[in-house]
Design a protein around this ligand. Structure first.
Ligand code: SAM
Length: 203
């Protein structure tokens, strides 16, 4: 869900009997479709996860990588419900989302290095404060990444959010990105979550 240019769709097409991919970006979706031209078990749908009904049935395994990052709380929660509703009871959802803790560590390291260079505490914190962030942004974990505002998640927030949507977290890991020695940018990570949709007992 939110397949983009289809980095993972050929792999999924080899591993599963049927793969339904969707995204709202037409150009990306066309590229994803082209990447699967040799498979006959894939479908591609253009849709907005925050507003449209998904035209395929719930599945046993859904994958959603760095898609649930909309800065709007409303849009994001609608997309969360769409994505989680597409998972069958007992089925698995694999998610990747940006880590709020990773961002906080970046700020911490930036401030530390300014202190080491002789800044006062005030100078260091002012120089490293997120640019143009509102109080609501900071409260919601919205930060700017290369000019795009997006949602970053706390580990415990993800567990609570998924619980509320009837999914139990089975595994949560860091996807650690290598430190870029050349630019001096520190090692950062995303959260990788495997969650299982709860079975609801019929009376
Ligand atoms: C960072 S890219 C990740 C693409 C892909 N999941 C991957 O890992 O290569 C985010 C994708 O989510 C899609 N997207 C964002 N908001 C969406 C929405 N409301 N409905 C459908 N797709 C959306 C974008 O078009 C983009 O392709």
């Amino acid at each position: 869900m939110g397949c983009g240019i289809g980095k993972f769709t050929p792999l999924l097409a080899q591993a599963f009997a049927q793969v339904n991919a969707c995204d709202w970006a037409e150009t990306a979706l066309k590229q994803a479709e082209a990447s699967c031209s040799e498979f006959d078990n894939t479908t591609f749908q253009r849709l907005d996860l925050s507003n449209d009904r998904v035209p395929f049935e719930p599945v046993d395994f859904a994958i959603c990588i760095n898609v649930l990052i909309m800065p709007s709380f409303d849009d994001r929660m609608r997309a969360w419900r769409t994505v989680t509703n597409q998972v069958n009871q007992g089925g698995t959802l694999l998610l990747v989302v940006p880590s709020h803790e990773s961002t906080q560590m970046e700020y911490y390291r930036d401030i530390e290095s300014r202190l080491d260079m002789g800044d006062s505490c005030r100078e260091a914190t002012e120089a490293c404060a997120p640019a143009n962030a509102t109080v609501e942004d900071l409260q919601q974990g919205i930060f700017s990444c290369q000019g795009t505002r997006m949602k970053y998640y706390l580990r415990d927030e993800l567990i609570m959010l998924l619980n509320g949507l009837e999914l139990d977290v089975r595994e949560i890991k860091r996807i650690q990105y290598a430190q870029d020695e050349a630019s001096g940018s520190p090692a950062t990570w995303d959260w990788l979550i495997m969650a299982q949709r709860r079975q609801v007992e019929e009376n």
